[in-house]
Write a new protein. Sequence first.
Length: 169
Amino acid sequence: MSRTLSSDALKAFYASETGDYPIILLEISHSSLSNNIYISSDATQRISTSTEDIIYGTVSNGIDYVFMPFEINLPNDVDDAAPTTQISIDNVSRRLITTIRTIQTAPYITMKVVMYSNPDVVEVVFPNFRLDSISYDAMTLTGDLSTELMDKEPFPSGTFTPAYFPGLF
C-alpha cells in the first residue's frame, strides 16, 4: 500500500522550527496474548485515571499506547550477512517482561508513525516484524526485528508444464 504523508506532517518535517513531531507507536501481537501490547515513544498525555499508578502515553484511534522509551538500531550494510535491526525497550515497571515470558514463539511488531498534533492520523505503517532473539535484564528488553526474506522464495514461482497449463501443449 503506497501512501504519501499528510500536508501537516510534511510542513512539520520541512519547517526549521516546529512544535509538531513524529511519534512512533508499537503494537506487539501474538496468538497466545489475550490483548496486544501497545507502546508509545512519547509521553503525550496521562492515560491512567488512578492516583496510585500514574501512566503516560499516547491515545491514537481510541487505543492507549503506554509510554516506554525504546531505541531502534537500524540495520548495518555488510556484504556477507543479512541485515539485522535491534530494538531495545526500557521496562521500568517490568510488566512487559512478565508478558513476554508467557510467549513460546516469536511475537510480531507493527510500527506506526503519527504526528503529535494529530495522533489519530497514521502517517506510515511498517507491519509484520518478527521479534526474535529476545533477551532481557532488570530494566531492558532487547530483540532482533526481522521480516520474511523474499530472496529465498523460488523465482519464477510457477512453471509452464502440461500439468498446470494443458492448453499450451
